[in-house]
Structure formats: structure tokens, C-alpha cells
Write a protein that binds this ligand. Structure first.
Ligand code: SAH
Ligand code: SF4
Ligand code: F3S
Length: 469
């Protein structure tokens, strides 16, 4: 297997570009702070990238607003995972045209996974002439230089063909949350599930060195983060490209040994590499939440094979049953795709039966969306959209029943929760259990960001209601 070395490539020259940007913007704004607006689509990986872009912009003197109207710099961070995600980006970027007409000095930029697909990036660059900067996921560490070129050169800047598969440490980070945070432990994916675009837009799987992860985890815990999620497309294959690296189970065990009051989560776990050792580590840990997000995608062995998932129903259920036996009340969640090419109603019924057998807390459900360049996009797909829609609704109603039953079984129990936000009225707060279930309870907003105990008094289909003790 190819080995990747970790390089600290957020080098001096990129820092110098940030200083130059600072000067340009100070001159333009006559001492007022330049404003940036960033809209991120897609998964936590994109959110984590967005936090690094914000970190760099902050070093160049920018402040952030949550509306584009007043911004000197607008960035749309795109996702390519399904057609719907892409359509939203097209609509959103189209709508920025009027804003650019009104404020011609605003620089509009596009980045993220869509920009790593040549046909899409070309189309966007051509269709949206008011977009001044385009770059893909592999160019994140060069962002200062690219932004400087756009601001100073008077020309549009477009960098796509950059198949850099390295890790660039040392990029400044400005995290969106103050008590919930993301910690990337690896990038890219080598699995090539036949429906999925991610390996094409995120490059080969590469893990960060253990010492950088431990030091970032330490820093987050010391600065008050209460809920930390380790990120990777398949965290269970952590370390495979590194020499003498711990396994994921060993890594998370080491993080868990850091003192403090926090929860540790991780996503995503691929069933093909999920081990009993990892389940044991969760069961015996102090901080790892009793929650396993384990995407199964389909309950049919025939479809799992066509998806190139490298596990079957039996192996999947073995992990689930082991998790249930070792971790009392473990909360299981998953991703599932309906309407993969060639799926029959018989296959779909196996998905339903798997859902009934596992009893998930919640599911992320998707209708299959063909992605240009993936093997599944050229497979025969005879099922009509109407039929897929019917199956999809059936799936939702089965899951709703299961989730409601699970929620009802929690009435009367006391749960430790992290209070996250105001619901918006009547002093109701949103809190979350270790198993990732939302609990609504009345209370003062001073509680936000702290762990509390809540007595569950009522159950809805997906959420719980309760009272803080
Ligand atoms: N690495 C993660 C998932 C990343 S994408 C994993 O392997 O679990 C998140 C989810 O999007 C996937 O789990 C899958 O359910 C869904 N997905 C990916 N490509 C899709 C496609 N082409 N159509 C529909 N759903 C898709
Ligand atoms: Fe996509 Fe499969 Fe990789 Fe997940 S493991 S990102 S579904 S190719
Ligand atoms: Fe989307 Fe890229 Fe994540 S395609 S799901 S933002 S890795």
C-alpha cells in the first residue's frame, strides 16, 4: 500500500499571504473589519474544512456574519454526495448574482467536494461568471495564496487539478461551537462503494499522526469542549497508512484516558472493519458515548455485494448483537439507501427486516442518486421513481414505529444530557443524551453547554420531553 507522510505544509509563505490579505482589506475598508460569510453544505468533514477556512480568514482580520448581504467575501462550501445536495448549491449560487450586481466588490468563491469533479467545476465556472475563485478539497492549505491572487490580480482564479493526497497540519482553526466540536482523525476514503462519489472527491485514505490528534483532543478538552466527535469516512481503518500506528480502538482508548468531563463520539464506522475490540473499548470507557453509528446501507446480501461493501447481513448482525450484549442500552443509528440499481422488493423487504431486528434509535434514509463516474451510475436501474418513493415511505413508517417504541421505553428514566440550545419559545431547551436522542425540557438558558440529569416524562416519535433534576 502507498504510504503518505504527514507534512506541516501550512508554511511561512501561506502565513505571509494572510498578512498581505490583511493589508489589502485594511486599505479597502479604511480600517473597518472585512466581513466574510461562509455557507457549508454536506457532512462534518466539510464543516471541519469550513472551520479551517474561518481560522485562516480570522488571521487575515476577517469577522463573520450569518447573512451574505454585508459580506466582502462569500464562500459556498459544496457537497457532491447526492443530486439534491448539488441542486441546492446551484440554486444558492444562482441567487448570489443579484447580490454581486448590487455590491460589485464582493468576492464570491466556491470550494468543497463538487469542485473536485471536473464536469461540475467547469460548468459552475462557466455558468457563474461572477464567481471569482474556485478551488477543491485538496487545495485547502493553499487558500491564503488563492485568495490573495483573487483579491490582488483582478482575474478569476480556478484551481482544480490538484491531486495532493497529503495531510497539511498547522492550519489555524476557528471552531463554530464552543462546547461541541469536530476532530478529524483521517481524510479521504479507499473503499469505493459503487454508489459513492466521496473517494473521487476526497482522495485516498490518510490518517493524522496520533500525537497531533491527542494534542488537539487535549486542547479541546482543556478549553471546555464537552462533546467531541472524531471524524473520518471510515474511522475503523485509522492508521493503516502510518508506520507503527495504533488501531482505531487503541487510539480512542488513549483519548478516553484524558481527564475531564466530556463525551467522545466518532463517525463513521464501516461495518467491514468494526471489531469486537472496539466494542469492548466503548463498553469499558469513561467518556465514549454509548452510541454506535453503523451504516448498513442494505439488508440484502446481494445488494451489499453489488455495493462493494465487503460485509454481509450475518457479519453486520454479529457486531450489532455483540454491541447489544456488551453495552447496555446501546443506541444504534445507521444510513440506508433505497432503490440501488437492481434492487427488488424482495431485497427491500430484507432491509425492513434488518431494521426491525436491530431496532435503531434513528436512521438517515436516502433514495439512491446516480453519481457520474461511479460504477453504479452505469448499472441498469429499472425501478421507477414512484416505486422507490413508495418503498421509501414504507421504510420511514416502519422506522417511526421502532423509534417511538424505543422513546416510550425511556419514559420514567433519568438520563444524563448535554444542554445544547434554546428551542425558541417558552424557555424550552434542547438537550441530547449520550445515545444522541433529543430531550426537550424547560430551563434557563444558562444551562446551555453543561451536562445535567433529566427525568424523562413523555415520549414522541423521535424525541423525548422531560424535566431537569
Ligand atoms: N463514509 C460514510 C458515509 C459517507 S456518505 C460511510 O461509509 O458510512 C453518507 C451516506 O450517504 C452514506 O452512508 C450513504 O448512505 C449515503 N450515500 C452516499 N452516496 C449516495 C448516493 N449516491 N445515493 C444515495 N445515498 C448515498
Ligand atoms: Fe463512500 Fe463507502 Fe467511502 Fe463511505 S466508505 S465514503 S459510503 S465509499
Ligand atoms: Fe458531501 Fe463531501 Fe461530505 S461529498 S457528504 S461533503 S465528503
Amino acid at each position: 500500500m502507498e504510504k503518505f507522510s504527514t507534512v506541516n505544509d501550512f508554511n511561512q509563505s501561506q502565513e505571509e499571504y494572510l498578512n498581505l490579505i490583511y493589508e489589502i482589506m485594511q486599505n479597502r475598508k479604511r480600517g473597518k473589519k472585512p466581513v466574510a460569510f461562509i455557507r457549508t453544505y454536506g457532512c462534518q468533514q466539510n464543516v471541519a474544512d469550513g472551520e479551517r477556512i474561518k481560522g485562516m480568514l480570522e488571521c487575515a482580520g476577517f469577522v463573520f456574519e450569518d447573512k451574505p448581504d454585508n459580506a466582502d467575501f462569500i464562500l459556498v462550501n459544496t457537497c457532491a454526495v447526492r443530486e439534491h445536495a448539488e441542486d441546492r448549491v446551484f440554486g444558492n449560487v444562482g441567487a448570489l448574482k443579484n447580490l454581486k450586481l448590487k455590491y460589485p466588490n464582493t468576492l464570491i468563491a466556491l470550494c468543497g467536494c463538487m469542485m473536485e469533479q471536473k464536469h461540475i467545476a467547469d460548468r459552475m465556472y462557466k455558468s457563474f461568471p461572477y464567481v471569482g475563485l474556485v478551488f477543491g478539497t485538496h487545495a485547502l492549505h493553499q487558500f491564503p495564496e488563492l485568495l490573495y491572487r483573487s483579491l490582488s490580480g483582478g482575474k478569476r482564479v480556478y484551481l482544480r487539478d490538484n491531486d495532493d493526497n497529503l495531510i497539511h497540519e498547522g492550519i489555524p482553526v476557528k471552531r463554530d461551537g464552543t462546547f461541541k466540536g469536530w476532530l478529524p482523525i483521517m481524510y479521504g476514503c479507499n473503499n469505493f462503494c459503487t454508489y459513492c462519489i466521496v473517494p473521487y472527491v476526497r482522495g485516498r485514505e490518510r490518517s493524522r499522526e496520533k500525537y497531533v490528534i491527542l494534542s488537539e483532543a487535549n486542547e479541546m478538552i482543556c478549553s471546555g469542549y464537552k462533546d467531541i466527535t472524531l471524524l473520518g469516512q471510515n474511522v475503523n481503518s485509522y492508521g493503516k497508512n502510518l508506520k507503527n500506528s495504533p488501531s482505531f480502538a487503541e487510539l480512542i482508548k488513549e483519548i478516553d484516558s484524558i481527564e475531564g468531563d466530556y463525551w467522545l463520539r466518532f463517525m463513521t464506522s464501516h461495518p467491514k472493519d468494526c471489531t469486537h475490540e472496539l466494542i469492548d473499548v466503548i463498553a469499558d470507557s469513561k467518556h465514549i458515548s454509548k452510541h454506535l453509528h453503523l451504516p448498513f446501507q442494505s439488508g440484502s446480501d446481494r445488494i451489499l455485494k453489488a455495493m462493494n461493501r465487503h460485509y454481509n447481513r450475518e457479519k453486520y448482525l454479529d457486531i450489532v448483537n455483540y454491541a447489544k450484549s456488551r453495552i447496555p442500552d446501546v443506541s444504534l443509528t445507521s444510513d440506508v439507501i433505497v432503490g440501488f440499481p437492481g434492487e427488488t422488493y424482495e431485497d427491500f423487504k430484507q432491509t425492513l427486516s434488518l431494521i426491525r431486528e436491530v431496532e435503531y434509535t434513528s436512521l438517515f434514509t436516502f433514495i439512491y442518486s446516480p453519481r457520474v463516474g461511479t460504477p453504479a451510475a452505469s448499472m441498469d436501474n429499472p425501478i421507477s421513481d414512484e416505486e422507490k418513493g413508495e418503498w421509501f415511505r414504507e421504510l420511514l413508517s416502519v422506522q417511526e414505529e421502532i423509534a417511538a417504541k424505543r422513546c416510550a421505553s425511556m419514559v420514567g428514566t433519568v438520563q444524563k444530557v448535554l444542554v445544547e440550545s434554546e428551542k425558541g419559545k417558552d424557555n424550552i431547551l434542547n438537550a441530547r443524551t449520550s445515545g444522541n436522542i433529543i430531550v426537550e425540557a424547560p430551563g434557563s438558558k444558562d444551562l446551555i453547554g453543561s451536562f445535567r440529569d433529566v427525568k424523562v416524562t413523555k415520549a414522541g416519535n423521535w424525541i423525548l420531553k422531560g424535566e431537569f433534576i
